[in-house]
Design a binder for this molecule. Sequence first.
Ligand code: ARG
Length: 430
Amino acid sequence: MIRKAASLCALLVFTLTSVSAQSLPKKITLIKAGRLVDVKNGRVLTDQSILIEDERIKEVGPSKEVASHAPSDAKVIDLSSSTVLPGLIDCHTHVTSQPTNYYEDLFRKSPIDVAVSAHVYARRTLEAGFTTIRDVGAPEFIDVALRNAIDSGAVVGPRMQVATLTVGATGGHGDVTGFSPYLKFGSFSGIADGVNEIRKLIRFEIKNGADLIKLLATAGVLSEEESVGAPQFSQEEMNAVVEEAAMWGKKVAAHAHGTEGIKRAVRAGVASIEHGSLIDDEGIQLMKQKGTYLVADIYNDDYILAEYTRLGYPDKIIEKERKVGRAQRENFQRAAKAGVKIAFGTDAGVYPHGWNAKQFAHMVRWGLTPMQAIQAATVNAADLLSWSDRVGAIEAGKFADIIAVSRDPIADVTVLEHVSFVMKGGSVIK
Ligand code: ARG
């Protein structure tokens, strides 16, 4: 009996090693695309095909040519009556949670509540056609755990870059303000004041899995500090954030609504300004000079004004939203017209996950062409993430992250709110 088991084991080992030596057969897929959005050149091609080998794109081109290179047993996906695009990228999400009630979320929920539901939102985001996200702030390294679970295949979700704890000043946008000074939370804190504390916090975040650093350069809307746009770090402190992050090869995304704080962050060398609500002409010129991306969440205002009173948010917060909402959209338009680089980012998590594409219509209404809005969510976003080698276009060598819609998004960008097909890394998700 023992000998039989031993020889079975030996057989198994032999089989496994010989299979891996010959390497497993490759999974080959051929997608027929009626129309294909070539985001790099800003045009739509017809009658194209995409040949996919395992998780990567092997070839893209005219259907006849590409099909002739496909083996006869390739799996064929017929999207010949659809428009095919690269998977979308949202550069500003908080995928680990979404609001239910202001006080309940603050005081009745623990990070464990957040952790157990985060995967639900990740899947929703992916099913909406967002195959990559840059997540810019989460408690307790839940974002790191989620990213790792997705990367290992244990959880279904988009590719993620994560910022971990937002780096902010005492009393600032990342602090819990407006309550008793005796109120203390037993959690990891992203609060740091002065260059030394900032450097130490950034080292701690990177040690624990941060892909980028999120700097809270100014005050914000959804927190109880008085101003919506006052700078919350000195120039010296912001410089230290960028310098320290760069030392570890990481970029910085700066939350900044206010005019002065935007400029400080741009001068410090951040990769992107998030929100950018009250930017002035000097700020616009600085961003152009430095090549800083603007990631403006210009859908949010609709949702906050419609829903946040019902969700129990204090009047002072709703008032702050009224101050920035319209100005942010007008300034987005000015910046876009002036030629500031735009990447798509929505602040999903302020509104329900999976609604990310609702922002496209606003970007078109406020100054971009539909093609430019799509480029913001593909090539430009990939560039901001330093992931141009793997995502953001349908090209040989890149991950097969591919979506499709039934109508023409160049004629009506809102069709991106109803993505009918999603593939991530060669696997069909929807
Ligand atoms: N997280 C941002 C903040 O609290 C949301 C801003 C939303 N409002 C807007 N107009 N974009 O500051």
